[in-house]
Design a protein around this ligand. Structure first.
Ligand code: GLP
Length: 242
């Protein structure tokens, strides 16, 4: 696992966007795994800017998002479908049929999970998967305790995740209690992984990750098993770590 320490959120976003842009230009039909949350917003802004300057082109890019809440519609402002449209898809020349966000509204959610896995395989697997990290070390919505070989599945959200994500909703009671997420095994199948971490509230997660011990209690620690994973961490998230 390669660690890149940066000064702040802005530098993290810029470095991450540069890596994404480089891969998009180097790979003929890139398959990019996308993440939501506050952390990648700045990186998406820079990618849009690069697109406007003609430095990158999304016409041949296929995307797969990590996760989605169960039980909220695509047009709900808190859905990850809506987030992706607002923060990236509506601003670039990506072909909508090449974007994939798992549906948390499917009648048959198990089938949706199977089909999501099949779609990733059919696209030739993910070239570069972007990741944020939850305060409790989750990746996608793979909460502590999720097996490292898990595939796309439905998961019950932990209380701490519901609380952390409540800031986006009118009240905590509106936060969905379940989600559909790529599994840790699905994520590890990506050819390359890029995780970005910013802010003081991620310090404990960073400390656990840097320990280097692989444990189901810290889902992000599975990245130590990946041959091509980079983690960009800003000073606020780094804290007292050596
Ligand atoms: N499912 C998402 C994760 O993919 C994301 O990494 C995490 C942290 O989000 P933020 O970047 O807002 O701290 O939030 C959610 O739980």
């Amino acid at each position: 696992m390669k660690i890149v320490k940066v000064k702040d959120y802005e530098e993290m976003s810029r470095k991450a966007a540069e890596i994404v842009a480089e891969r998009m230009n180097a790979i003929e039909n890139p398959v990019i795994g996308l993440a939501t949350g506050s952390t990648p917003e700045g990186m998406y802004e820079i990618l849009i800017d690069k697109y406007n300057k003609g430095e990158i082109d999304f016409a041949n890019t296929t995307t797969f998002n990590l996760d989605e809440y169960v039980g909220i519609t695509d047009d709900d402002p808190n859905s990850y479908h809506y987030f992706m449209d607002k923060h990236l898809f509506d601003h670039v020349n990506i072909q909508k049929e090449k974007t994939h966000v798992p549906s948390g509204m499917a009648d048959d959610l198990d089938r949706e999970c199977r089909e999501y896995e099949e779609a990733i395989k059919a696209a030739g697997n993910i070239d570069l998967q972007l990741l944020g990290i939850g305060n409790n070390g989750h990746i996608g919505f793979n909460e502590p305790g999720t097996p490292v070989d898990s595939r796309t599945h439905i998961i019950g959200l932990k209380e701490e995740t519901i609380q952390a994500n409540a800031r986006f909703f009118d009240s905590i009671d509106e936060v969905p209690t379940k989600a559909i997420t790529m599994g840790i095994g699905t994520i590890l199948d990506s050819k390359e992984i890029l995780m970005i971490i910013s802010g003081e509230n991620k310090r404990d997660a960073v400390t656990s990750l840097l320990k280097g011990t692989i444990s189901e209690d810290i889902p992000a620690s599975a990245l130590h098993n990946h041959p091509n994973a980079t983690v960009i961490i800003d000073e606020a998230a780094w804290g007292d770590n050596e």
